[in-house]
Design a protein around this ligand. Structure first.
Ligand SMILES: N[C@@H](CCC(=O)N[C@@H](CSC=O)C(=O)NCC(=O)O)C(=O)O
Length: 276
């Protein structure tokens, strides 16, 4: 891994690294926040997945999470949201291609060659982080919007791999929302049965591990009714008796101002599970 940014932050370091990803077949950038506690040994890791149009930069420059990561002694790893590069398939619209990997393993051309964000986030990146940095295998995962969808799917499909999961404004039913339907049709094809493995609402029905879901949703979120559909998650969790903490926040929209307002509570949630 080659370090391309290095900034002192709350007694630790906010770095950005670049590496050649095997899963994605291209160079990838990833933010790594090293809390001050790494001086004394290995620390647990929170993986943060960002949303549409984001890179590794959005969360590290806008959320203010470093203060709380330093207080708790948690490393934060923030990958880019898709493979990128001149040889990587793309689309002119913001919700497909670069910046819109949707955290799936694509099976359809031209996407299948590089778009394997599920494998990258769940397997390749943690192995690389734990081999390279003073990180141990206590893992948590969180994200926003498309990244909230990615975090929920990664946690629900991998019992025991993550000690906690949380999301801001997640896309919970991509098979029933325009962003998700467009991306899944392109990446996974027309057969909707192939979409179920990446749909939180579907996974909730059969999941083996009842890991509590912490969700924050702004009530002035412009995407809530059409794209995010939090009421479907509420109904699915009630039907499956899956533990859900859904905090509906009056006045908040879909932006990083919302994330920054409540990231301390999410960090405390993850710290409680990681240091249990
Ligand atoms: N059409 C909009 C959509 C982009 C947008 O709102 N992106 C969100 C995530 S949405 C779901 O995944 C985001 O996090 N943007 C980056 C930021 O720093 O706010 C547009 O292109 O503006």
């Amino acid at each position: 891994m080659e370090r391309v940014e290095h900034h002192a932050s709350f007694g630790g370091w906010q770095d950005v690294y670049q590496h050649d990803s095997i899963s994605l077949g291209c160079p990838m950038k990833v933010g790594v926040y090293l809390p001050p506690q790494v001086k004394d040994g290995r620390v647990p890791v929170l993986y943060w997945l960002s949303g549409l149009t984001c890179t590794e930069q959005n969360f590290i420059t806008k959320s203010g999470a470093q203060r709380f990561a330093a207080e708790h002694g948690i490393m934060i790893v923030t990958p880019d949201t898709s493979p990128r590069g001149e040889s990587v398939a793309d689309d002119p619209s913001y919700d497909l291609g670069h910046g819109a990997g949707f955290y799936v393993n694509a099976t359809q051309q031209p996407w299948a060659a590089n778009y394997r964000m599920y494998d990258y986030v769940v397997e390749e990146l943690p192995a690389l982080i734990e081999a390279t940095f003073p990180a141990d295998d206590r893992r948590a995962i969180a994200g926003h919007s498309m990244g909230g969808h990615g975090a929920l799917v990664a946690a629900l499909r991998n019992p025991g791999r993550y000690r906690s999961v949380s999301a801001f404004s997640p896309i919970v039913a991509p098979s029933q929302a325009p962003w998700g339907e467009r991306a899944f049709t392109a990446y996974l094809g027309d057969d909707r049965s192939a979409w179920e493995q990446y749909d939180t609402i579907e996974l909730i029905k059969t999941v083996r591990e009842r890991l509590p879901l912490l969700i924050d949703q702004g009530l002035d979120d412009e995407f809530a009714d059409r794209e995010l559909r939090p009421s479907l998650l509420q109904a699915a969790c009630e039907a499956a008796e899956h533990p859900l903490i859904l905090r509906q926040r009056p006045g908040y929209d879909h932006s990083y101002y919302f994330i920054a307002s409540f990231i301390d509570e999410h960090m405390a949630h993850h710290a409680a599970a990681l240091f249990q």
